[in-house]
Design a protein. Structure first.
Ligand SMILES: *[C@@H]1O[C@H](CO)[C@@H](O)[C@H](O)[C@H]1NC(C)=O
Ligand SMILES: *[C@@H]1O[C@H](CO)[C@@H](O)[C@H](O)[C@H]1NC(C)=O
Length: 546
């Protein structure tokens, strides 16, 4: 039997042994987080328009964008009221988001920001008196539901409390939060996994989390965006209601990516997808694009939402780490455009892929936001060059609208470049010869990411070019997509013949995001200032909590 002191020594030796073993087995360079420089109090992210004596508001252009929002709303209301979407060509209607009126709810915050009181009154009535979140048309996608519906509801509370529009009722806070908590509680079974990482769907009838085909499987996995992008919304919901369960559940789910370093080949860049049973990677994709995008987007935004919460320093460091790695490993320059443009590669199955998606274009603006805040001129310049590259995907197309995805001929050589592919079809080859890039999916789904990055560019640098680019994009989009009953997805952005080139579909992010970001570029820059608000990945502004 050991005497007491030697028992302590024995315990210490065992602890040291365990530590050393742990370090040898699991040591990973990525566990060394980078240092960050946090800005001094009172630091401004936005360009100081006022101090520079610049009247940044452009009434005429803001009004033109607002007019398009009014038209979108009027036609939706006339033809599809209560359904998720209007069909912009046929004038029919369609449910794609469980039948809770996604166009109504998702564009509430746009109506508030634009000051459209009559539109907002209709939306408010729908939310408070009509919609029933206890019944779902189909399986519910907790990720889409959180960023669109829940994000819109809590953002509306924040915007009303900030006095951005006159509240339709003195009880707006309780009335909206009652619906928001009903919805969030119904999504609860999504978190019911050993890791807390969410199921891809929730079956509202049986109250259980399921895979996308409605079944429960032993090997279900989720991509990074699904595992991480409810944290801003759930933290805010806890803040507003005082019920910490939302914060707890979303923190637990995301911590598998924020604190673990399993499957992290480059510091901060995580392999995807992940098993919801173990948290470990079951795939080997490394990308900042879909379907992993908003995990990276939310790392810096988590810190900005709660800049004084000590735990969110970790998120800022993880963001910095990921962005440095992206710059080292995933940035690419096109060899055949003049001048050369910057794009982002992906890496999958041991190969680099020279393809970038419209969705990935959020990253330029996100880099500007984080790099300005953390004083990183290197990453700021990286962000600017990626926005420029995304703009090139627009201006090199005959319609002036960028494709869903495109490829280029990379200038650099990479060890896994065997994966680089050239144009496959004759039109693609012609495109490469003319412009240096070629569309790999030529449709445009009314997506916001490129104008979203222009918004950050304008608000942070004050450079006029971002407004010019935004105005060009707006005009090209409206000209090409305007139909009898709204604005429609484009099938092929290389073809200016409108008549046979549209898809009779208009997702709610058109009015929730694309029109809102465009409007905010031409309105007073103090409206939803980046120093006061953080935008969720569906463009719903959440109040920063200092
Ligand atoms: C962070 O800063 C400390 C103190 O200045 C330094 O010792 C450490 O090496 C730095 N870490 C990194 C990862 O740069
Ligand atoms: C929180 O997570 C638990 C599983 O850990 C789940 O049963 C519960 O419904 C969740 N609640 C909410 C509000 O998300």
């Amino acid at each position: 039997m050991l005497a007491r002191p030697s028992r302590i020594v024995g315990f210490m030796l065992a602890a040291i042994g365990f530590y050393l073993l742990h370090e040898t087995l699991f040591a990973n360079p990525s566990s060394k987080l980078p240092n960050i420089t946090l800005p001094p109090p009172g630091f401004r992210i936005q360009y100081p328009f006022k101090q520079k004596g610049i009247t940044a508001k452009d009434e005429v252009k803001a009004e033109a964008i607002k007019k398009v929002m009014r038209r979108t709303w009027k036609l939706y209301k006339e033809r599809a009221w209560g359904f998720d979407e209007v069909k912009p060509i046929s004038g029919g209607h369609h449910n794609s988001r469980n039948g809770w009126g996604s166009t109504i709810i998702d564009s509430m915050t746009t109506a508030v920001v634009m000051g459209l009181s009559d539109v907002f009154a209709d939306q408010y009535d729908w939310v408070v008196n009509k919609v029933n979140f206890n019944y779902a048309d189909g399986l519910v996608d907790p990720f889409e539901t959180t960023i669109r519906y829940l994000g819109a509801l809590i953002s509306t509370v924040d915007l009303l409390e900030a006095g951005m529009i006159e509240a339709p009722s003195p009880s707006f806070r309780q009335d909206i939060l009652r619906q928001a908590t009903t919805l969030a509680n119904r999504l609860g079974p999504a978190f019911d996994t050993p890791t807390g990482m969410i199921w891809p769907r929730v079956n509202f009838e049986d109250d259980i989390g399921v895979d996308s085909d409605g079944r429960r499987k032993q090997y279900t996995s989720v991509h990074l965006a699904r595992a991480g992008s409810h944290w801003l919304e759930y933290s805010t919901l806890s803040q507003l209601t005082g019920d910490m369960i939302y914060y707890k559940n979303s923190t637990r789910a995301w911590n598998w990516l924020v604190y673990n370093h399993n499957g992290e080949p480059w510091p901060g860049i995580l392999e995807s997808p992940r098993s919801i049973w173990t948290g470990n990677p079951v795939g080997s994709t490394r990308t900042l694009g879909a379907p992993d995008d908003s995990h990276y987007e939310y790392l810096i935004k988590a810190h900005l939402l709660y800049p004084n919460k000590k735990s969110t320093r970790r998120h800022a460091k993880r963001w910095l780490q990921a962005m440095q790695s992206a710059r080292t490993h995933l940035s690419s320059t096109s060899a055949k455009t003049n001048p050369p443009h910057a794009f982002l590669l992906s890496f999958s199955h041991e190969r680099y892929e020279n393809q970038m998606g419209h969705l990935t274009c959020f990253i330029g603006g996100n880099l500007l936001l984080g790099a300005k805040y953390l004083s990183r001129p290197d990453l700021f310049a990286f962000g600017e060059s990626l926005i420029e590259g995304c703009r090139y995907s627009y201006v090199s197309m005959p319609t002036g609208i960028g494709p869903e995805s495109w490829s280029w001929t990379p200038r650099e050589s990479k060890p896994g470049q065997a994966g680089f592919t050239g144009p496959l079809t004759l039109p693609q080859r012609n495109f490469r010869d003319k412009t240096g890039i070629w569309p790999t999916a030529a449709n445009y789904a009314l997506r916001p990411e490129v104008v979203e990055s222009y918004f950050y560019g304008w608000r942070i640098t004050g450079e006029e070019k971002y407004r010019e680019w935004a105005w060009d994009a707006f005009n090209s989009i409206v000209q090409m997509t305007e139909t009898e009953w709204g604005y429609s997805e484009v099938a092929d952005v290389t073809d200016t013949d409108k008549d046979k080139n549209l898809r009779d579909k208009m997702e709610s992010f058109w009015s929730a995001e694309t029109l809102k970001y465009l409007y905010l570029i031409f309105s007073d820059p103090e409206l939803c200032s980046l120093d006061e608000w953080v935008f969720n990945t569906e463009a719903h502004p959440l109040k920063r909590r200092f």
